[in-house]
Design a binder for this molecule. Structure first.
Ligand code: ZN
Length: 498
């Protein structure tokens, strides 16, 4: 069973490397052949993962009591996760898989053109088709007795996640975040971003230095340029991260590299880096998207936007980015924490970001359950932006057409971003209580203590626990909105003199 699982992983990781190449190195005219290569690999990987022999081998393993007696042992975790993956992959009829692939590939193009023209009416029939197909997929997957169709879709990104569970955390968080954002906005009105021109070569030297210092292992990874930053690669010994630079904003490139390095350090710290036998098995894989995102956001937000970090990093600017050398620590700290409620999620600051996610979660949940018709999406979207962020959305391009996710059929994905922020805050708070001098270490540019803590408690656990269990095991508590609120209020109330 493990040998077959590894083979499927070899195919998937080969596809992942070709995708990395497509985003970073491939000449533009290579695209048609590349899409044929990727389609073939996707088909082979799907065949390998759904081969009836896997089902037979699973049944044999599951009936072997000794193998699965300890549910947290490596064999038991492997069997549980391979079963989960196999059931999901075999539950959708081939015709539905194919229709979803075709419709979402066309919907993605239509979305891009509709967004360009800011014309929701054009995208509407495509989104209707996507929602209908995803609802059918949810019915094939099934959901729990107390659950709803959204749960079945979220399960693909975040095992064990339910709409009810997400709402339990989001609902108390939302009014407090909205109030914080409104108070800051009233105070920060005139603040402007810092503009310092730093050439891309200098920014590259700076971000490589910081990435290596926080723990990205360049002997087992690369950093290259792409239009949209991402973390990919094949396994823990070959992790590929990318970034992009804006000449007038060094913080954007640096924080995006800290974000992707956080993903990469997780991959490099998975159990396969210690035991080659585990590579390509569930124990050598991340828990979920939200836990992955907790690692990137911990380095980006909890570390990269802290005063302690800039106390260390600002002097490094002198040699690495001389144009920014004259900035004071406080000046930079304010600049990386500038709060301004705005329409676009990907440009949102730390204080308002999660409100953007809550809008999307509520709307996609209602779309899938049938409580909201696609035709009513722009109105529902704009009403929530008014209520949560105090903004009047000027057009659909800056409203419900801004994100690619739904056109790709990625429904159930958005909450993983905010769950990532919540887990990051809860983990960081626990790390700080275990290491009371953590801030002093960061001020000295010493990140090894934090990295070792994350490795021991999160990375080295592979898929042993589900996200909610991992949180309980690591922090002694269920996921709660309080650590994130304490973090945001602890930072922004003094910063904005509130
Ligand atoms: Zn990320």
């Amino acid at each position: 069973l493990i040998r077959r699982t590894r083979e499927a992983h070899l195919l998937e990781s080969s596809a992942s490397l070709l995708s990395w190449d497509q985003e970073t190195m491939m000449p533009p005219r290579g695209v048609e052949h590349r899409s044929r290569q990727l389609a073939l690999l996707a088909r082979l990987a799907h065949q390998a993962a759904t081969d009836p022999v896997i089902g037979e081998l699973l049944a044999v393993c599951e009936s072997d009591r000794e193998l699965t007696a300890d549910p947290l042992s490596i064999p038991a975790v492997s069997v549980r996760e391979i079963r989960r993956h196999y059931d999901r992959a075999t539950r959708l009829p081939a015709a539905l898989v194919e229709e979803l692939a075709q419709v979402t590939s066309l919907a993605r193009q239509e979305w891009a053109e509709a967004r360009q023209a800011s014309d929701f009416a054009r995208f509407r029939p495509w989104l209707e088709r996507v929602v209908t197909l995803k609802r059918r997929a949810a019915e094939c997957y099934g959901w729990g007795a107390q659950g709803e169709p959204w749960d079945a879709l979220a399960e693909g990104f975040e095992p064990g996640c339910t709409a009810r569970g997400v709402a339990e955390v989001f609902t108390p968080l939302r009014p407090r975040l909205a109030e914080l954002a409104a108070r800051i906005a009233a105070k920060a009105g005139a603040d402007r971003p810092l503009t310092v021109i730093v050439p891309p070569e200098q920014q590259m030297a700076l971000v490589r230095f910081v990435a290596e210092r926080i723990g990205f292992d360049f002997t087992r990874g690369r950093l290259d340029l792409s239009t949209h930053p991402f973390c990919g690669g094949t396994h823990g010994h070959d992790v590929r991260i990318t970034t992009r630079f804006h000449e007038s904003n060094i913080f954007d490139g640096l924080l995006s590299v800290m974000h992707e390095s956080g993903h990469a350090i997780y991959e490099q710290g998975l159990p396969g880096s210690e035991d080659e036998e585990l590579i390509g098995t569930p124990m050598d894989a991340a828990v979920s998207l939200a836990i992955h995102e907790s690692q990137s956001r911990l380095w980006e937000n909890q570390v990269g936007r802290s005063r302690a970090f800039w106390t260390w990093c600002q002097p490094q600017l002198r040699s690495l980015a001389p144009a920014a050398a004259g900035l004071g620590v406080e000046q930079v700290y304010r600049a990386v924490n500038l709060v301004k409620p705005d329409f676009i999620r990907v440009e949102a600051d730390e204080a308002t970001y999660n409100l953007h996610i809550m809008v999307r979660f509520e709307l996609e949940r209602a779309l899938v359950s049938g409580d909201l018709a696609v035709a009513d999406l722009p109105g529902a979207w704009n009403a929530r932006y008014k209520e949560y962020l105090g903004l009047t959305v000027p057009d659909d391009a800056r409203g419900c057409l801004q994100d690619i996710h739904w056109s790709l059929g990625s429904i159930g994905y958005f909450p993983t971003y905010t769950l990532g922020n919540l887990y990051a805050a809860q983990f960081f708070e626990k790390a700080r209580s275990d290491m009371p001098d953590l801030d002093a270490q960061i001020e000295e540019g010493q990140f090894g203590g934090l990295r070792a803590w994350l490795r021991r408690h999160v990375h080295a656990q592979g898929k042993r626990y589900r996200a909610a269990e991992l949180c309980q095991v690591v922090t002694g508590r269920a996921l709660s909105p309080e650590p994130l609120l304490r973090h945001l209020e602890g930072k922004f109330l003094p910063l904005y003199d509130l």
